[in-house]
Write a protein that binds this ligand. Structure first.
Ligand SMILES: [Zn+2]
Length: 558
């Protein structure tokens, strides 16, 4: 932003626009609400989860649109890591467990809220693999506000046929199927078998392995996911779909792109979904190969805005440019793409490939993915387009609470994880000041953490090592406080005095400034420093790609 001698006021991007990303912030501690035992059972790696490792799920269910019910089984294949006898499975009310079975025998269990503790006949040996068949039924919660609050959505298409989908990030997959509902553990693969009345189809993750037609006028769709998948990524989308597809020649060879849309929207989809090969081009350039070639990529129309379901991204942006026809940045750049297509597909790299272990670290998904929107622009329209987009989108940042949430209680942090997070990464790119290196770092990140669940600490350590920069105070400042670094300066006797304010200890991010067309780097700390390299009375300009506040003060008022 521009700084000049004429201005002494703070340049703060506080525009009181309503935040269109209405991520519900139920930061319990912020509101003085203590966390409960249920929060810990849901959000921590309990002793009853820790001793066994997910190998495979077979979710085999029947969806009845008339009764709005789901019933069936989930068979959990797991490997014993340490001897154990009590095993935790999660399922949220009003869904009900009918039975737990192992080796043909029904098992006893105790229920504590949404957690079921299943007692096995005897302690199981480390290294052995077992199956647990869970039978369940019920009317799953209907989402009050999909996709931000979890549940099922039961709508109708233009011809009155059922149009159904789930969304459950945060609330948990255990809203509609029983599972180990914690992000740290993923099965290596999964089979999703869904029975629906004809002529409806069910589209889930992975590839359609088989369709079974039954005499009772229903069909079962068997989808196989050949890669690890997180719980909230597992997805059913049910409608009388039209289908079209294309092959994309990517970094790892041909990638199938399959599209499922309502029949009434087929013509619009054929135009709008041209964004998909464009995003593949841009994201493979910046992040490396699409992480799930074996499972293909699908874009599926659903009756809510959209969600990053792995290899089965869901779409409900109404075939409009921008976010429901709006541009967060108000620069025009946000109208050059369909926000939901670009954003949700960006999550294939940051959410589905690199996955948070605890939702407190949800910024790993949202900050990098929101940043990917600017890299899409950077790739197709040049660096100035990406820069302008991120700077414009600062108007939706709130700086209310820290971006990292509370650990082990299933609690995410501030909604600023979207556009502030993207601006933080963009600021880091300025500090690195080598775009090719930055691109390689992003690509290497996707290789290093390929199909893994990670913590903020893993990401911080990787970036510090790979950049060679002292980043700890940078991340502490931007992720663990809600304060924006304030660059304060004043002129006195031809000297520029400057410092960082509102910063954590040791915060020492260098800042690029320009004066009269010449660029210089300053190395502010929280102590006042001065330089005579710059000439007074000429305008200095902090590089607007840094997400900071600036303030010129009067000499003597420091
Ligand atoms: Zn997202």
């Amino acid at each position: 932003m521009k700084l000049s001698l004429d201005f002494t006021s703070t340049y703060i991007f506080v525009l009181f626009l309503c935040l269109i990303f209405s991520l519900p912030i139920t930061h319990a501690q912020q509101m003085g609400i203590p966390y409960t035992r249920q929060d810990s059972l849901r959000g921590s790696i309990t002793p009853e989860r820790e001793w066994w490792d997910l190998v495979f799920y077979h979710l085999d269910i029947e969806v009845d649109p008339r009764k709005k019910t789901i019933e069936g089984t989930n068979t959990v294949h797991y490997k014993v890591l340490r001897e154990g006898q009590l095993l935790q499975i999660d399922l949220q009310e009003p869904m009900r467990i009918r039975s737990f079975r192992q080796d043909e025998k029904e098992l006893a269990y105790k229920r504590e809220g949404n957690a079921y503790f299943v007692r096995l006949p005897s302690p199981q040996k480390p290294g052995s693999v077992h199956n647990l068949e869970i039978s369940y039924e019920g009317n799953p919660r209907i989402s009050p506000n999909p996709p931000w609050s979890g549940g099922l959505t039961w709508k109708k298409d233009a011809k009155g046929k059922p149009f159904i989908a789930n969304s459950n990030q945060g609330d948990g997959a255990s809203l509609w199927w029983p599972c180990k509902d914690h992000m740290y553990d993923e099965p290596d693969s999964m089979l999703i078998s869904v029975n629906v009345p004809d002529p409806l189809m069910n589209i889930s993750n992975g590839r359609l392995r088989q369709t079974e037609k039954h005499e009772d006028g229903t069909s079962t769709y068997h989808w196989f996911v050949s890669n690890p998948i997180n719980n909230y990524g597992v997805n059913i989308s049910i409608a009388d779909y039209a289908h079209f597809s294309e092959d994309y020649q990517g970094e790892k060879g041909p990638l199938t792109l399959d599209y499922y849309v309502l029949k009434e929207n087929l013509d619009k989809a054929r135009v709008q979904f041209k964004d998909v090969p464009r995003l593949m081009r841009a994201f493979e350039y910046w992040f490396g190969p699409y992480p799930f070639y074996e499972d293909g990529f699908k874009l599926i129309e659903v009756p809510y805005l959209g969600m990053e379901h792995q290899s089965a991204v869901t779409y409900g942006n109404g075939y409009q440019q921008g976010y429901k026809g709006k541009d967060f940045s108000e620069t025009g750049w946000g109208m050059t793409f369909d926000y939901i297509i670009i954003h949700e597909a960006g999550h294939e790299w940051f959410a589905n490939n690199i996955t948070y272990r605890d939702i407190a670290d949800m910024w790993i998904h949202e900050s990098f993915t929101t940043y990917s929107e600017s890299l899409f622009l950077d790739y197709h329209y040049g660096i100035n387009a990406g820069n302008a987009y991120l700077q414009g989108a600062r108007q939706v940042i709130k700086n209310d609470i820290p971006i990292i949430g509370d650990y082990e209680v299933n609690q995410r942090g501030s909604g600023d994880m979207y556009f502030k997070g993207a601006n933080i990464l963009h600021t880091l790119r300025q500090w690195i000041a080598d775009d090719e290196k930055w691109r390689n770092i992003l690509r290497e990140m996707n290789e290093t953490f390929y199909h893994q669940t990670v913590t903020t600490n893993d990401i911080e350590t990787f970036l510090a090592k790979r950049t060679g920069l002292p980043l700890q105070s940078f991340f502490d400042q931007y992720l663990r406080t809600a304060d924006v670094p304030l660059f304060q300066f004043y002129w006195k006797d031809d000297q520029l005095f400057f410092r960082w304010k509102e910063v954590v200890d040791d915060f020492a991010m260098p800042l690029k400034i320009s004066q009269n067309g010449k660029t210089n780097w300053l190395k502010p700390t929280s102590e006042w420093q001065s330089t005579t390299d710059l000439i007074e009375k000429e305008m200095i300009e902090a590089d607007p790609n840094f997400y900071i506040y600036t303030q010129q003060i009067q000499p003597g008022s420091e």
